[in-house]
Design a protein around this ligand. Structure first.
Ligand code: SAM
Length: 422
């Protein structure tokens, strides 16, 4: 594609993504569907440019203030992810001079907001939690997330799969904490490999794997994945149960559960029962009350722990949406807890970085639920043979707290309780 045409396409995509009416990944996928002639390299440039603009929106808007021409074009030039000379061949003399000026800006002279590129409502709670670690977090959010897979230990061993991938030209290392994980080098398209099609691997961030390990679902148990979505955790739990017992995968979105089906078929699990529920107080939940050994609530949340992959979330969420989510999370956790039998365990998890969706929801549940004993996540991880469990927990070892800048995972939180014997 001619550089000028590719830059025009980037500007168009940037304009659509910046409307923030839909998730950026959905906007990008739709754009590609509507422009089928685009080749893989052009697609990569388009997607990476749009994401770069979303990531560094405040800085780019500031720099774009001095240029001329349509705003989206200036933003696309600043975020352009392809070769510099290629880009310059699409620019007017005036644009080239402006871009050189922008490149010459010393980052040290920029204001904080132009360096962190976060909305103000998010900065204060993050700084309060992180102190000096705030800037390393900002830096980590600019980098792309590694590609982790979980080995389906029902049928394969991690080392065998690692060797199989190596022979297929994919280098991988064991993940540092999860005994099920491999971290791949680069971003190979996995779907064409036998290890993928026969269900030996599933793409899953190491942090998500740790949530499943924490749930500790065992052979023969009755287990509920309350917010199963496309079933990332469900598949890990089903394998941990060695394809025995009964694992319910609930979600209010039948559409998301549909995406579980092909993954389930690859995994060879037959102990999973997906079911769409109307809401967290659905009749189906009431019928199972007091019968379940393990429940995981991977609650709907702001998703701010996934900003490396979904940078648009920082612009699509707000202080108000977090308040609403926290209320929803509390309601789901309280309902899900009714499922447990005495001695059963419930894990509450989010991929949010904010205390309002994490510690505060957990504390409110503890305070309102005398029949539940808070468990020490560090001890649970150690029992699940997770290395360096203390490093994965907040001080004191009570809760799991994963951060991209510390653990190279998405940001995750988890707390766990046991229903007291009655
Ligand atoms: C963080 S996602 C789950 C991701 C999934 N566990 C995985 O590992 O792929 C949260 C899910 O909660 C679902 N959800 C929202 N409200 C719910 C409710 N009241 N009861 C059950 N699920 C709900 C959403 O549809 C969404 O799929």
């Amino acid at each position: 594609m001619h550089p000028k045409a590719l830059l025009d396409a980037c500007s168009e995509l940037v304009r659509e993504v910046l409307r923030f009416e839909h998730p950026a990944d959905a906007v990008v996928s739709r754009y590609f569907r509507e422009h089928r002639a685009l080749g893989p390299r052009e697609r990569a440039t388009l997607a990476e440019t749009a994401y770069a603009v979303v990531r560094r929106k405040l800085l780019f808007e500031h720099l774009a203030g001095s240029g001329s021409g349509p705003r989206e074009r200036r933003l696309a030039i600043l975020g352009f992810s392809g070769d510099r000379d290629f880009l310059k061949s699409a620019l007017s003399e005036q644009e080239k001079a402006w871009l050189d000026q922008c490149d010459a800006v010393d980052p040290a002279t920029l204001s904080e907001r132009h360096r962190h590129n976060l909305p103000e409502w998010l900065v204060a709670p993050l700084k309060e939690q992180l102190g000096d670690d705030f800037w390393p977090l900002v830096e980590s959010l600019d980098a792309s997330a590694p590609l982790d897979v979980r080995v389906n230990t029902l049928a394969d061993k991690r080392e065998d799969v690692r060797e199989e991938l190596r022979l297929a030209g994919i280098a991988a290392k064991p993940t540092p904490y999860s005994p099920w994980g491999l971290r791949l080098e680069g971003k190979p398209a996995l779907t064409k490999f036998d290890a993928f099609s026969r269900g030996a691997i599933e793409v899953q961030d190491e942090g998500s794997q740790l949530l499943a390990l924490l749930t500790d679902a065992r052979r023969g148990q009755m287990v509920v994945d309350f917010c199963a979505g496309a079933g990332g955790k469900t598949l890990a739990l089903g394998a941990a149960m060695r394809n025995t017992g009964r694992l319910y995968a609930f979600d209010v979105s039948a559409h998301r559960l549909e995406n579980l089906k092909p993954r389930l078929a690859r995994s060879k699990l037959s102990n999973v029962h997906p079911a769409a529920i109307a809401h967290e107080r659905d009749e189906r939940i009431k019928r199972l009350a007091g019968k379940i050994d393990r429940v995981i609530v991977d609650a709907p949340c702001s998703g701010l722990g996934t900003l490396r992959r979904n940078p648009d979330l920082k612009w699509r969420q707000s202080a108000q949406s977090v308040v609403e989510l926290a209320a929803k999370q509390g309601a789901i956790l309280a309902s899900a807890a009714r499922l447990l039998k005495p001695g059963g365990r419930i894990v509450y998890a989010t991929c949010s970085l904010l205390r309002a969706e994490n510690e505060e929801v957990a504390q409110a549940f503890s305070a309102a639920s005398p029949g539940f004993r808070r468990l020490q996540v560090q001890e649970l991880l150690e029992s699940a043979r997770v290395d360096d469990a203390a490093k994965l927990c907040a001080e004191g070892g009570q809760d799991l707290r994963l951060w991209p800048q510390r653990h190279a995972t998405d940001g995750f939180y988890a707390a766990a309780w046991e229903k007291v014997q009655s």
